[in-house]
Design a protein around this ligand. Structure first.
Ligand code: ADP
Ligand code: ZN
Ligand code: ZN
Length: 811
């Protein structure tokens, strides 16, 4: 007898796998999807291990196969086991990352008559009704019965009939929700020479629309889709139906692949010759790629190079090399919408061989892409963090562009994994090479680079159409001096002069505002009352366009009150700066300039990013205003001035990564300017010009920043000198929430002392930075230490707690 360890799709299963025996009639492999009995139900599971001996005394049998061959590669199964262990995540959550979209399904309960005919004499009228319904329909789901009779009644009558042994229950999987997309095509069913006669006859019968359809189809050399036909001739479905019935036209469903790249206009580009620095870097990567298997070293490269230094070109080379060997790659980007230009470059270098996976795609598109990738149809998979789990066969290269970005960490749901860590693990398992690229590497990554865990490779110069060029000059403006000089506008004298000059030369300007969170809130001048959300404790933001106050956490909105709710004063004042306010002020100062605003409000539509970007690149606007989104990845050659309205908002957050985050953002913004023919400059406005993050950013000096930041981290025992775990609990009742937080804190402290691990520090419990969110109070604590993994590994946490291992933010 053989046994299988199975990750079961049930919330009860948690981090465990369950042992089942394999009946002789089934062939089961690791990675295969199976049905298993679990309690009273039959559930989905994925086989994670096979063995000759059971791990428990009593085993049940696997009930059947869901798929005839494995869905996960063995490396992926290993990766899932690691993910579950490292991030303390339920095993099935980890496995689910790698399953085809739409895989998870539920069982549906059906009712059916046990014998026929039924003796109705003993039954009441409602029971009879159900019996008759079953007679008519055969098998009926409990759900459908519920819709007919009401849920309660359906259940009650079902119970009665079951007791009388008139009906039987059975369970089946709910239907697959996504199927390959089928598009209806129209075809003329008659010979050409009969077309004229048919048209005449149809017209005679006053079926003008039908005649028009036949006429249209006769002119086409190929079958046309129903949609195309309807574009040409507005007609009802009934018109087509009649033509089908009379045998003139047939409608055939044709399966099509949904192509998410379809909207991209891809122009093929030539291969540039590498610059000397690129050549050095490339040789190192090539040597590693030339070695075989898991012992290759180094496995992980950290490609450190300023924006525009040619990192993407290196990724493309490495991929081309891998493809030439008959292998494949995955490339992660922080956010699809912001990296369209990068994707276009990949698509043009490897036409038709690129898959783009991301959540913006319809489920059907994701389903199609998953299968195309699994069958080896794509040389490169591009996407955000989840693309790491694409079923890419013969994986040889993983690229993570902008590796320092926080979007690589999944924080909002389990498993709360960091794609960078997972990529390194996957490479260890599969023997793939990893390239991490960044202009401002994560301090922890750079630290590993310095210690030789990763190989640090560097590109020092920027490549521009003018040749190699220095980074833009950065000026730091002290906003306190502006106040002293009586300038209360958003623009310092220096920034407004520079803007005027750029506009006069027909050059473009971008204005950057650090995070939308510091948008306009409303405060009473008399009592200081701030208008807060009713459900969250955070300030409501005023949205000019909607003329409403909106909560950015829960989307609660309300009208602007006339008077202060606390003291009834009418002197309500707008505080803070939002992108809308910057836009207004810009228009006031530079009425002749054409202004575009780019933030989540404007760009909630799926392709709005590209439209905005295209517009700005075509110089249909002079000034682009935005939040951090405009700082990322964009190549805007006509921009010569980048202005940071305020660098401070992020600095004051109670988070040990605040400095790093601010430094990264400022470098990105400054790097936006001067990428074209004209050199650029950047102006950073701040109230704290002395802060090391701002000073280092103004000198484009990563190493200076790194040195200071590392010192600070060492001093306070933060990563990379320790590991963190964040514990969050939320509850509608404030007291319950606090008590539960205190309870776990005591449990953890006691456990730490029992095990004698004094270097583990517990910070908190405290109310979270946003103490109340969507009506839930939130408390949190941070556990910090070097042997954290060991400590947490065999612990279980009470219901309701979220545990975030290696959190990227602690507020
Ligand atoms: P990064 O990814 O570091 O921001 P890119 O690879 O995008 O840098 O390169 C910046 C610009 O320089 C791009 O427009 C790119 O096409 C161009 N470029 C990169 N490498 C070369 C090269 N070897 N020769 C000419 N142009 C290059
Ligand atoms: Zn007031
Ligand atoms: Zn709210």
């Amino acid at each position: 007898m053989k046994y299988a360890e199975v990750a079961v799709n049930s919330p009860i299963a948690q981090r465990r796998s369950f042992c089942y025996s394999i009946p002789p009639r089934l062939t089961v492999d690791v990675g295969q999807a199976v049905w298993v009995p679990f309690g009273a139900k039959v559930l989905q599971g994925i086989v994670v291990k096979l063995s000759d001996y059971p791990s428990v005394e009593d085993t049940k049998e696997i009930s059947g196969l869901i798929t005839s061959s494995p869905l996960l590669f063995p490396d992926q199964v290993e990766l899932a086991l690691w993910l579950s262990k490292h991030y303390l995540a339920p095993l099935f959550d980890a496995v689910a990352l790698m399953l085809p979209p739409g895989f998870e399904r539920r069982l549906v309960t059906f009712l059916q008559l046990l014998s026929y005919p039924v003796d109705l004499s003993q039954l009441n009228s409602e029971q009879r009704q159900v019996i008759q319904f079953l007679e008519d329909k055969g098998k009926v789901s409990l759900r459908e019965l519920g819709r007919k009779l009401g849920k309660r009644k359906a259940e009650m009558i079902t119970q009665q009939l079951l007791r009388r042994r008139l009906v039987a229950k059975s369970q089946q999987l709910e239907a697959i929700k996504i199927k390959p997309r089928v598009v209806p095509y129209l075809k003329l069913q008659i010979e050409r020479d009969r077309v004229e006669t048919e048209i005449v006859q149809l017209r005679a019968a006053r079926a003008y629309k039908q005649a028009a359809v036949v006429e249209f189809l006769a002119k086409q050399s190929q079958p046309v889709t129903l949609a195309e036909l309807r574009k040409a001739i507005a007609c009802q479905r009934a018109v087509i139906k009649s033509l089908e019935n009379s045998g003139l036209v047939s409608v055939v469903g044709v399966e099509v692949r949904r192509d998410p790249l379809a909207y991209l206009r891809v122009a093929s580009m030539g291969l540039p010759n590498l610059t000397p620095s690129q050549e050095v870097v490339w040789q190192k990567i090539r040597n590693s790629l030339a070695q075989r298997g898991r012992n290759r070293s180094p496995l992980v490269f950290l490609l450190y190079g300023v924006t525009g230094s040619g990192k993407t070109e290196i990724y493309l080379r490495a991929l081309a090399e891998v493809i030439a060997q008959g292998k494949r790659g995955i490339c992660l980007v922080p956010e699809i919408a912001l990296t369209i230009q990068t994707i276009e470059r990949f698509a043009s270098r490897f036409p038709g061989r690129v898959a783009v996976i991301h959540s913006g795609l319809s489920l059907g598109e994701q389903f199609d892409e998953w299968h195309r990738i699994r069958e080896g149809g794509c040389d490169v998979v591009i996407g955000p963090r989840s693309a790491l789990f694409a079923p890419q066969p013969d994986l040889e290269l993983i690229v993570i562009d902008e590796e320092h970005e926080w979007t690589y960490k999944q924080s909002d749901k389990s498993p709360r994994y960091h794609a960078r860590e997972v990529a390194v693990k996957l490479a260890e398992l599969s023997g793939a090479v990893v390239i991490l690229g960044s202009a401002t590497p994560d301090v922890e990554t750079f630290y590993r680079g310095q210690r030789g865990e990763y190989q640090l490779i560097e590109l020092k110069e920027r490549i521009t159409p003018r040749g190699l060029s220095p980074l833009p000059e950065v000026e730091v403006v002290d906003l306190r001096d502006e106040l002293k000089a009586g300038n209360r506008s958003l623009f310092s004298r220096s920034l407004s002069r520079a803007m005027a000059a750029a506009l006069a030369h027909h050059e473009q300007v971008i204005l950057f505002l650090n995070r939308r969170g510091m948008a306009t809130f409303i405060q009473c001048r008399d009592c200081g009352f701030v208008l807060n959300c009713q459900h969250c404790s955070s300030a409501l933001t005023y949205h000019l366009a909607a003329k409403k106050l909106i909560c950015h956490h829960c989307h609660y909105s309300c009208q602007l009150p006339q008077v202060c709710p606390q003291c009834r004063s009418e002197r309500l004042k707008f505080q803070g700066i939002g992108t809308q306010r910057v836009e207004e002020e810009t228009k006031r100062f530079f009425p002749q300039a054409r202004v575009l605003r780019w933030d989540r409000d404007v760009t909630s539509r799926r392709q709005a990013h590209q439209e905005l970007l295209a517009k700005f690149r075509a110089h249909e606007a002079d000034i682009l205003i935005g939040t951090q989104m405009i700082a990322k990845g964009l190549d805007l050659p006509q921009v010569t001035l980048a202005g940071v309205i305020s660098a401070d908002s992020g600095l004051n957050l109670p988070d040990f990564r605040a400095g790093e985050r601010t430094f990264q953002l400022l470098c990105q913004v400054a790097g936006r300017a001067g990428r074209g023919l004209v050199a650029g400059r950047a102006i950073i406005q701040t109230y704290s010009p002395e802060h090391y993050a701002i000073r280092a950013a103004s000198g484009h000096d990563y190493l200076a920043f790194y040195a200071q930041e590392l010192n600070y981290r060492r001093q306070f025992g933060y990563p990379p000198f320790s590991q963190l775990a964040r514990f969050i609990f939320s509850h509608t009742n404030a007291v319950t929430c606090r008590k539960e937080a205190e309870r776990l804190s005591q449990l953890l402290t006691a456990e730490r002392d029992r095990r004698g691990m004094p270097d583990l520090r517990l910070i908190g419990p405290v109310p979270a930075f946003v103490p109340r969110l969507r009506g839930y109070y939130q408390w949190q604590m941070i556990l910090c230490g070097t042997a954290l993994a060991e400590f947490l590994n065999d612990m279980t946490f009470p219901q309701g707690w979220i545990v975030d291992i290696d959190p990227v933010g602690v507020v």
